[in-house]
Each structure stands twice: as structure tokens, then as C-alpha cells.
Ligand binder design. Structure first.
Ligand SMILES: Cc1cc2nc3c(=O)[nH]c(=O)nc-3n(C[C@H](O)[C@H](O)[C@H](O)COP(=O)(O)O)c2cc1C
Length: 179
């Protein structure tokens, strides 16, 4: 493939990243999971602190427990796996940015391999349960997970029609100045 073709393919994958919440609990290939984790490991972070540990959860009981603790992320109960982002506790502003970058890389790497994915938010009330389930110490932060799996037939369809779920380019972009 030419460099131009490769570039177009990368842009196609980026455009294809969408939340898919209707998942089948089939196990995911180990190599595919490792490829996703490698992509996440190479995420840039503030001062290259790499303030993360990626906890891969495949155990069905643990996935169900995380779903119970995260009412908006019920989809994780049906996932093949979830990657829970466990972040260092210091420098919260930079760490939050790093967390978002790493989560997005996980979504992109999954999409590039045809694996469906969706972020799930673990609310404050659910965090103690997730800490206990996964053995996460008090000094670490936990709030973001990415559920991964095989899309069901209905899950493979995006919630909104393609091209309708984002504000228009000229609404979100200002050239040179805000106002
Ligand atoms: C910080 C953050 C938290 C999110 N939490 C959840 C969540 O708890 N449950 C969920 O189903 N989706 C969650 N999402 C996914 C967004 O709802 C989704 O990305 C957005 O609606 C756009 O849809 P799309 O990803 O299909 O393009 C979260 C996304 C972000 C960035």
C-alpha cells in the first residue's frame, strides 16, 4: 500500500471508532488483546510519566461485578474483556489528559482489528467495589474502562446514522481567532 493509501486507511479507522455496546461475550484472541495493550503502552503522556496500569479483565464474574458498580456501563457485563485504566494518583490534571489519550488509543487499536469497543465510566459510588474486585490500592485512581467484544448484529449498527452524530465542522472550528 502506498503512503497515501496507508494515510487514508488510518483516517478511515479513526472515523470508524464508535461506541458499540451490544456485545457478545465471546473470548477475544490473546494476540489481538496484546496488540491493543501495545498501542496503549506507546501512548504519549505528560513528561513521559506513563501514569497507568492496564488491568485486563476477562473473568465473567468480575465483568458482571464491574457492570453492577457502573450503572451507565452495563455493556461491560456482555463484553469479551474489559481494560480498566488504573492511574497514578498525583498530578491529577495531567493524568486526566493522559488517561483520555490512552483510552482513545485502546478504542482505535480495537477498531483497527475489527473488535467492538465502548468506554464505560465507573462513578464514584462504584469505585470501592471495583477496587475490591481488582485489588486496586487506595493511592491509585480508577474511573475509566473500555469494554471490548464482538458486536452483535444490532450492535454493529451505530446508534445514529453515519454522519449525523457530530456538530458540523464550521460549528466547531474557528480559523485564527475564537471571536
Ligand atoms: C469520559 C467518557 C465517559 C463515557 N462514559 C460512558 C459510559 O459510562 N457508558 C457509555 O455507554 N458510554 C460512555 N461514553 C461514550 C460516549 O457516550 C460516546 O463516545 C459518545 O456518545 C459518542 O458516541 P460514539 O462513541 O458512538 O461516537 C463515555 C465517553 C467518554 C469520553
Amino acid at each position: 500500500m502506498s503512503d497515501v493509501g496507508r494515510g487514508a486507511e488510518v483516517l478511515r479507522v479513526l472515523r470508524a471508532v464508535r461506541s458499540v455496546r451490544d456485545l457478545r461475550p465471546d473470548p477475544l484472541p490473546h494476540d489481538a488483546l496484546v496488540a491493543i495493550l501495545e498501542a496503549a503502552r506507546w501512548t504519549g503522556s505528560g513528561m513521559n510519566r506513563q501514569p497507568w496500569t492496564f488491568v485486563v479483565v476477562r473473568d465473567r464474574g468480575a465483568l458482571a461485578g464491574i457492570a453492577e458498580a457502573s450503572p451507565n456501563a452495563g455493556h461491560v457485563a456482555h463484553a469479551g474483556a474489559a481494560i480498566v485504566l488504573v492511574m497514578d494518583g498525583d498530578m491529577p490534571e495531567i493524568t486526566t489528559f493522559d488517561e483520555g489519550r490512552a483510552a482513545e488509543r485502546i478504542l482505535i487499536a480495537a477498531t483497527a482489528q475489527g473488535i467492538a469497543s465502548a468506554i464505560g465510566w465507573i462513578p464514584p459510588a462504584g469505585r470501592p467495589a471495583v477496587r475490591a474486585l481488582l485489588g486496586i490500592p487506595e493511592e491509585k485512581r480508577v474511573r475509566t474502562l473500555v469494554a471490548l467484544g464482538t458486536a452483535t448484529a444490532s450492535g454493529a449498527r451505530t446508534k445514529a446514522a453515519p454522519g449525523t452524530a457530530r456538530r458540523a465542522l464550521d460549528e466547531v472550528v474557528r480559523w485564527e481567532r475564537y471571536a
